[in-house]
Design a protein around this ligand. Structure first.
Ligand code: RFL
Length: 387
């Protein structure tokens, strides 16, 4: 088995397979230090934690993760909180930085004797419909190489080689939302004990804890804004303004450790299987980070794929592999639907023309329903923490 990519999807898959004695190699373009420090997600659903626990991969997050169960919405009408762990499914999030999870998964995979080739760039997957597909790579020393296996798992993310190796006939559902965020990682403790969503006339602002010292913030900016366009002072002033710091307390400021431009987009491929090539995680579907679903879907899909492969390789039962694509796509589309609902809730057109006024009044009505209607709150909580 060849697995492309050492992100959450590839590493969860690799660990589960290795644990069941299935020979696999993980090919990763980046160096180990890079994958173990790449800050991205942080909010893990209870289902994700259960999957990781089931396979002995949750020690670090159970030891160092923090439970989170409240989110707060701020608008010019005021603010309100939802304790989502007391609503819907009754489940909290576990906050554990993705780079810490990836570090745990790498360590565990290597400790189990797994082969993990860092610095190995996959160029293409050939002959996916054949008996032994071929994976063409550029090895760490720059020389060309190739791997052959019974199955190949494309877990190499949104810009990976698996997506570019698909046969004609693959359907791509794509939506560019025309919304841009600055994704910021601040060397500052969280400023509130909740996820904060500010729907402001000047644009969206978000606050998400990562650790007791590090906080992720998002700031909507004009499309095309370069990551370094805003000074740190301007970033903090704008966050204060949109988060209503004058009414609700100033944000804890600190150095901006990392910044990236996040273009909100959705991209789903269908089907997720082409012969012996399977897609999982961001390689299968890209989802905007507004509802914190990407890493959770990646883990869910990795487990489904692992079970399908184990069944096929140990008993010859192909039901899991045959149903893999359809099962994943059901989860993916439900997550996409919720993510789009969140996007429409948190972003609106600027200006005062009739269309902008109409859309923004709808958003206000949606927020009022969420603030006042128990059934709406249950629906929100179920989708917010569910995958
Ligand atoms: P990854 O993590 O991108 O890993 C893919 C790996 O493949 C490697 N690779 C290659 N290797 C060999 N050859 C090639 N040609 C290769 N091309 C790529 C890459 O180096 C990499 O190591 O994909 P995976 O495993 O599918 O995991 C997906 C998640 O990383 C992603 O969905 C989340 O980070 C999304 N996301 C969030 N998800 C959540 O569930 N909760 C969150 O709070 C959350 N916050 C976020 C996020 C994503 C963000 N970015 C990237 C926009 C916040 C941000 C800022």
């Amino acid at each position: 088995m060849v697995i492309l990519g050492a992100g959450p999807a590839g590493l969860v898959l690799g660990n589960i397979l290795l644990d069941r004695g299935i020979d696999c190699v993980v090919l990763e373009r980046a160096e180990r230090a890079h994958v173990q420090t790449r800050a991205r997600a942080g909010f893990l659903a209870a289902h994700t934690v259960r999957v990781l626990e089931r396979h002995g991969l949750a020690d670090g997050l159970l030891r160092n993760g923090q439970t989170h169960h409240t989110c707060e919405f701020r608008t010019k009408d005021g603010r309100f909180r939802l304790d989502y762990s007391g609503l819907g499914l009754g489940e909290p999030h576990t906050v554990y930085p993705q780079q810490a999870l990836v570090t745990d998964l790498v360590t565990r995979f290597l400790a189990r004797g797994g082969q993990l080739r860092f610095g190995t760039e996959v160029l293409a997957v050939h002959d996916a419909d054949g008996e032994r597909p071929e994976v063409a790579v550029r090895e760490a020393d720059g020389r060309p190489g190739r791997w052959r296996a019974r199955y190949v798992a494309g877990c190499d993310g949104r810009h990976g080689a698996a997506r570019h190796s698909l046969p004609p006939g693959t359907t791509r559902h794509h939506r560019d939302l025309g919304i841009t965020w600055l994704g910021l990682l601040a060397d500052a403790p969280p400023s509130m004990d909740a996820v904060g969503y500010a729907a402001h006339d000047r644009g969206f602002a978000g606050h998400m804890a990562r650790t007791s010292d590090i906080t992720r913030y998002y700031l909507q900016c004009a499309p095309g804004t370069p990551a370094d366009a805003w000074s740190e002072e301007r970033i903090w002033d704008e966050l204060d303004l949109r988060m209503g710091a004058d009414k609700y307390g100033a944000l804890h400021r600190g150095r901006i450790l990392q910044r990236s431009v996040v273009e909100l987009a959705s991209d789903v491929l269908e089907p997720l299987r082409h012969g012996a090539l399977f897609l999982a995680g961001d390689a299968a579907a890209l989802i905007s980070p507004s509802a914190a679903k990407g890493a959770n879907l990646a883990v869910l899909e990795a487990e489904l794929l692992a079970h399908g492969l184990i069944d096929e390789l140990t008993t010859g039962n192909t039901d899991g592999l045959d149903g893999y694509s359809a099962r994943c796509l059901t989860h993916i589309w439900r997550a996409q639907e919720f993510s789009h609902w969140m996007i429409r809730l948190l972003h609106g057109p600027s200006g005062t023309d009739g269309d902008a006024l109409f859309h923004n009044s709808l958003r206000r009505a949606r927020l009022t329903s969420l603030r006042t209607t128990r059934s709406q709150q249950d629906w929100f909580a179920e989708h917010y923490v569910g995958v």
